[in-house]
Design a protein around this ligand. Structure first.
Ligand code: C2E
Ligand code: CA
Ligand code: CA
Length: 753
């Protein structure tokens, strides 16, 4: 069954494997049973013929002995001796007791009585008394027998008579006779001659003077009919020659002197042939039925095999389908990750020396926006369209796969230099920049691409994908909508990141390496401390002091930011309790807002610490304004209604602009350090002034950070800025030193006046 695929292929296979063996076996069985039948018919015929031959032969031989036995009944008898001695024979007595009686009783054909001189004195032929002269024609044939009986040594029959005399079963001891099978004329005959002797002592008989009784029984004619009847042999006949007619058998018939007398011929009874005639038709019928059954079997097998073949084809088709499903993405029909890995392994294996295999990982930018604003159907259609745009521009022979979501991957082999890949990446980026038509509107997405080249980056499939992923990450970090080729430095950065992650996790758990410093926030006019900003530090046991810029982004990437932020909040709350007159500001990462229930947790922590939300300022960056996520918006709203003040940190560095502030509830903005630094240059002062005026128009408090010089302080103060923060007043200090800052307050006042 290893290769049945179609009925075209099946027919010869069926012929060879099924039809031919069945045909051979059936033919062989039929031939064998035919031969067995023929053999048993022939055998039973042969046995029957042999039996008939044997019994016929015995019967004929027995005729001679019977003849002698019959003679004895009348030849060994006192009465006969006396009767034949009479000068005048009593013919009536002789007819009644000898010739006529022997014919009537035993069917003897010719009966003669010879006197002591061997002269015939009485003759009966076919039961009729005839003249004794009738013996003459038989005299020559019987001469030797008679001579033998008389004791003539020259007679060749002498031995026979002695031999017969010694056989007690044939005749009694008193009978002296000689009997033979002879040919008389053209006829086979049993001949017996017997001395007529007395059976008692009442009559005496001189030896040598006995009369002789001669009986002849022809073995054709009547005799044959008798054998036929008794032996159930049909049409037994005698012939001088073996002139068998149709269906006859012949058996040669020799005299006692081994002279061929002639042949017995008959149509033998053939039981085998009869049986064949009887069972022949039924056997033929059974054979025909057998052939029909075999034909039916063959037809059934053919149908079954065909059905089986179809079933196998169907199974193969569904296997192929299952295989396709297992290796392809259902949305785009593109190969999936499993298929991609298989092909990448092949491409790496067959990569020629001097050529490179590029693995590109592609990730749509702002795809989440499409999903969130237009729904998942729109997202799906963007993904499909993205797939077909890519297919249209990628080189033939390369493999494009979808890993899921908006993640795609490409294998491009046979590359001779990096420029080829860079050109391909640029083409892809351009193709994706065109708007995607969805649901009657247009969606704008971009694509970030990470590339890793084999064998440069790695020769291993998984390692190559991992490195392309690092490059992709870098492309996203570098502002998205661009591509990056993997370099060893990126790998190093990743390694550092993962090490930092582990250490930061441990530090958070232990809680003794992290600490919070506080930087005062002063009023612009009076220089009075009104608050403190909590800024986290990591006192690493071996690497020393690590600033937040170096580990906060890692905490954001790895999800540790929530834990870190909450830890800082708890610390800040204790400070808030200690300095109830001061506002305490903490920094929140936009990532923290993505977790549902975030706002509730913030509130819970503050309440647990016993602090007042009105005393806590939450500093968020502009990114949060762009975040359309409902969870984020809802979180900000509920925090605000709980009494927290929302401060927009690093104002001016993002893309939000003043317009965004209108639809987003904040209480205060913090002008970014860079604007303060630029005050002395160009129209820096005009920009800051405009920001302050606009914020005031929107009833927002304005803080300026990074104030390092008195000139900056003076300008900001005169421009209407409400609060100031910077090294001019104080660096961030440990909580134990907050007390000392009061001492500085006077100084601050000095600056303010
Ligand atoms: P930021 O919120 O803008 O914090 C002010 C940063 O400016 C602080 O840096 C502070 O030390 C520095 N600074 C203050 N005055 C001056 C000045 O006059 N000149 C100059 N050159 N710098 C000044 P720091 O502490 O290194 O913090 C860097 C940033 O890390 C913060 O910027 C904030 O975004 C983030 N950060 C700090 N602590 C946390 C935290 O607990 N959670 C989160 N999410 N972010 C934090
Ligand atoms: Ca801040
Ligand atoms: Ca800031």
């Amino acid at each position: 069954m290893q290769s049945i695929t179609s009925s075209d292929q099946m027919a010869p296979q069926f012929l060879r494997r099924v039809l031919l063996p069945i045909l051979l076996v059936t033919t062989f069985a039929l031939l064998l049973s035919g031969f067995a039948l023929y053999w048993s018919v022939a055998q039973s015929n042969t046995i029957s013929v042999e039996r008939q031959l044997k019994s016929t032969e015995l019967y004929i031989r027995a005729a001679v002995d019977e003849l002698a036995q019959q003679q004895e009944m009348v030849a060994v008898w006192d009465d006969t001796v006396e009767e034949v001695r009479k000068a005048e024979l009593d013919t009536i007595w002789l007819d009644a007791n000898i010739g006529g009686w022997l014919h009537k009783t035993f069917g003897q054909d010719k009966v003669f009585i010879l006197n002591s001189e061997n002269q015939p004195i009485d003759a009966t032929v076919d039961g009729q008394r005839v003249s004794p002269e009738a013996f003459s024609p038989f005299a020559p044939a019987l001469h030797d027998i008679i001579m033998g009986l008389r004791g003539e040594l020259s007679s060749r029959h002498r031995g026979h008579s002695e031999e017969r005399a010694s056989n007690p079963y044939l005749t009694s001891g008193k009978a002296v006779n000689d009997a033979h099978l002879l040919r008389i004329g053209d006829r086979p005959a049993a001949v017996s001659a017997m001395l007529i002797v007395p059976d008692s002592d009442r009559v005496t008989q001189q030896p040598g003077s006995e009369s002789i009784l001669v009986s002849i029984r022809f073995l054709d004619g009547d005799f044959l009919t008798q054998i036929s009847n008794r032996n159930l042999i049909e049409d037994l006949r005698f012939s001088l020659y073996p002139d068998t007619k149709d269906g006859e058998v012949s058996v040669p018939f020799d005299s006692d002197e081994h002279e061929r007398i002639g042949y017995f011929l008959w149509r033998p009874e053939l039981p085998g042939t009869k049986i064949l005639q009887v069972i022949g038709p039924s056997t033929a019928l059974v054979s025909a039925l057998l052939v029909a059954a075999m034909a039916f079997l063959v037809a059934w097998l053919w149908r079954t095999m065909k059905a089986l073949g179809t079933a196998i084809i169907e199974i193969r088709a569904s296997e192929a389908q299952a295989h396709h499903l297992a290796f392809h993405d259902s949305l785009t029909g593109l190969p999936n990750r499993a298929c991609f890995e298989e092909r990448l392994n092949k491409a790496l294996l067959h990569n020629k020396a001097g050529e490179k295999v590029a693995v590109l990982l592609l990730d749509l930018d702002r795809f989440k926006n499409v999903n969130d604003t237009l729904g998942h159907h729109a997202g799906d259609s963007v993904v499909r369209e993205f797939g077909s745009r890519l297919r249209a521009i990628i080189p033939s022979g390369s493999t494009l796969a979808r890993f899921g979501g908006d993640e795609f991957a490409l294998i491009h082999s046979g590359i001779s230099n990096e420029q080829e890949v860079e050109a391909l990446c640029s083409r892809i980026i351009d193709a994706v920049r065109r708007p995607f038509p969805v649901l009657g509107t247009e969606a704008f997405v971009g694509v970030s691409i990470g590339v890793a080249l084999a064998p440069d980056a790695s020769q291993d499939c998984h390692d190559l994908v991992r490195k392309a992923d690092i490059a992709l990450y870098r492309a996203k970090a570098d502002g998205r909508d661009c591509f990056r080729l993997f370099t060893c430095l990126m790998d190093e950065a990743v390694r550092i990141r993962s090490r930092v992650e582990g250490e930061l996790r441990a530090a958070l758990r232990a809680g003794d390496e992290l600490r919070v410093l506080y930087q005062p926030l002063v009023t612009a006019k009076e220089g009075r401390i009104i608050g403190l900003e909590a800024l986290v530090r990591w006192q690493h046991p071996s690497r020393g002091l690590i600033l937040p810029d170096q580990f906060v982004p890692i905490a954001e990437e790895t999800g540790l930011i929530s834990e870190l932020g909450e830890w800082v909040l708890r610390e800040a709350c204790t400070v808030a309790l200690q300095w109830p007159d001061f506002v305490v500001a903490i920094n929140l990462s936009p990532k923290q807002f993505h977790h549902s229930g975030f706002a509730d947790r913030i509130l819970a922590i503050v309440q647990e610490a016993g602090a007042d939300p009105h005393q806590i300022h939450l500093e968020v960056t502009e990114g949060i304004l762009l975040d359309d996520n409902d969870v984020t918006q809802e979180g900000v709203r509920s925090l605000r209604s709980a009494g927290f003040k929302i401060v927009l940190d690093d104002f001016g560095t993002g893309h939000s602009g003043i317009g965004y502030l209108q639809r987003f509830d904040v209480d205060k903005i913090k002008i970014d350090r860079s604007f303060v630094q630029d005050l002395g240059q160009g129209d820096g002062a005009a920009v800051v002034r405009a920001i302050i005026d606009l914020a005031h128009a929107m009833k927002l408090t304005v803080t300026a950070e990074g104030v390092e010089t008195a000139a900056q302080k003076d300008f900001l103060s005169s421009a209407g800025c409400n609060e100031l923060q910077g090294f001019l007043f104080s660096q961030a200090v440990p909580r134990e030193q907050i007390q000392d800052i009061f001492a500085l307050t006077e100084t601050c006042r000095g600056y303010a006046s």
